[in-house]
Design a protein around this ligand. Sequence first.
Ligand SMILES: [Zn+2]
Length: 320
Amino acid sequence: MNTNLEQYPIELPFPDLSAWKQGNCGVDYVYQFKSGHPGKHAMIMSLIHGNEISGALVVDKLLRDKFKPERGTLTLGFANVAAYEAFSPDAPDATRFLDEDMNRVWSEEALDGSRDSLELRRARALRPVVDQVDLLLDLHSMHESDPAIMMGGYLKKGEDLARQVGVPEYIVMDKGHKAGKRLRDYGDFGNPQSRKAAILFESGQHFEKQAYPAALDVAARFLMVAGIADRKTVEHYLLPTAPQQQKLVDITEAVTIKTDNFRFSDNFKGMQLIGKAGTIIAYDGDEEIKTPYDNCILVQPSMRHARKGNTAVRLGKLVE
Ligand SMILES: [Zn+2]
């Protein structure tokens, strides 16, 4: 049964973002740098979820280093700063957002509609910036201390971009969430006819030390792939480890919790492979939840947040 119910220690510093409030392109907490040379427009977004510090540390670092593109345009953003500033170590997961999940509001219907929330207002302010971007890296982190993953969406171009970046080991392909559209899937990022592409990086547990260097490494590789920077310019941001052979995982289904009595059958880790089809991985009330096929991968099992109506785990197939 679950043994890791205690909170994770907070090993990362929370940077003071107040100096970045004004931005330089008319939107708070957004900076845009034009190289003056032809090239792509790349964006690194952080803090779509308010307690996901590693991304904020990356954007803060690039700004403090006065990093500038060699080709094309680079945009750097902090998304949900209001939630970030409301963080309290007593409730570290409470400030993922304030009114609603900012990674479920990126459909045209929601953005153009009349519904109001703090996150929708911020998404509407960011939208004209995001609309200009060719390639987007959206930096996130996870509830659990699981291996880092790159979310490539559901189109080949997302997979291609994730493979070009070359890390981490796991690329996870999925169609997003029923509850609403992610930034990664917004507009032309989700249009197979368009060459615009986006990837979402989950760098590890929100507060663990290694989540920051992992995110900085991915950001540097993304800047090289986008043609924004040469290797020598970003070399000092890279991890010393050579990229591994990447594995592609296709999400086939999500296990949604139906009762107040859901429990996993073991203390599972993210990306754990269950060899045999029919293995019981959880109980939901009286129902046994079994793996539907051989070599089933458990993607982000929610060991500490298993509540009715939530997704307990997503199941993925290793693509050979
Ligand atoms: Zn997130």
